[in-house]
Ligand binder design. Structure first.
Ligand code: ADP
Ligand code: MG
Length: 253
């Protein structure tokens, strides 16, 4: 059975893209067929798996606005079983252009339904906002993974995100669930991280993944080499934890 997971948090820099790329690559390493969908105009997932944006013919923009078939936008990556629908800066205009289109919230859902049977997991890397692109993602998704950075104000803004999830459940996608809450960028040298973990667990309880992603410099280096951690440094702590996370995600199938 295939599952569409949106990776969402309107805060920037919490690890959405790092999680999309490295969870996707780790799931593919486990033998799963994975499609990454980059729906952030910054296109960091796209470059993070080694796609040169200048070479992209069709991107997510063309799917949402020009109704291009997703199969004509899907690209292979260097990892077997890991495909991507890329994003380019063209997508920055979509937010405004979608305002006047019919069934604007359902565009991504319709498109992904055309390719869903070909994949075990479709991971959508959301932009840092709660605008129409994130709404499209939550509407298309079966579930949502919320990355939370182990930092001051970790829970700040979460009520807006959860409100948006509720609104989407009520109006567009009643079956949307929270897949899991992922704690990211833990600095084991500080007490602050431990406090944040406790706070988040109190709030989300069993929804919090056992796997916690620590700060790992190899994870932050990999994107500039256009690689996931799986090929960039498979022996690193970063590779190990994202592989653990992938196994945990699969165990909730
Ligand atoms: P988002 O997509 O939510 O904006 P990113 O995944 O791009 O967040 O992460 C923000 C920055 O932090 C990036 O430079 C990324 O390389 C870095 N980063 C993310 N996770 C880690 C980690 N576990 N350890 C070290 N650096 C990380
Ligand atoms: Mg990002």
């Amino acid at each position: 059975m295939s599952k569409i997971i949106a990776i969402a948090n309107q805060k920037g820099g919490v690890g959405k893209t790092t999680t999309s790329v490295n969870l996707g690559a780790s799931l593919a390493t486990l033998g799963k067929r994975v499609l990454l969908v980059d729906i952030d105009p910054q296109g960091n997932t796209t470059s993070g798996v080694g796609i040169n944006k200048a070479d992209v013919e069709n991107c997510i923009y063309d799917i949402l606005i020009n109704e291009v078939h997703p199969r004509d936008a899907i690209l292979e990556t260097k990892i077997d079983g890991l495909h991507i629908i890329p994003a380019t800066i063209q997508l920055a205009g979509a937010e405004i252009e979608l305002v006047s289109t019919i069934s604007r919230e359902l565009r991504l859902k319709k498109a992904l339904s055309l390719v869903k049977p070909q994949y075990d997991y479709i991971l959508i890397d959301c932009p840092p906002s709660l605008g129409i692109l994130t709404i499209n993602s939550l509407t298309a998704a079966d579930s949502v993974i919320i990355p939370i950075q182990c930092e001051y104000y970790a829970l700040e803004g979460l009520s807006q995100l959860l409100n948006t999830v509720r609104l989407v459940q009520k109006n567009l996608n009643p079956l949307l669930r929270i897949e899991g809450v992922l704690l990211t960028m833990l600095d084991a040298r500080t007490n602050l991280g431990i406090q944040v973990i406790e706070e988040v667990k109190k709030y989300f309880q069993e929804k919090v993944y056992r796997t916690i992603i620590p700060r790992n410099v190899r994870l932050s280096e990999a994107p500039s080499h256009g690689q996931s951690i799986v090929t960039y440094d498979p022996r690193s702590k970063g590779a190990e934890v994202y592989f653990e996370l992938a196994k945990e995600v699969v165990s909730y199938e």
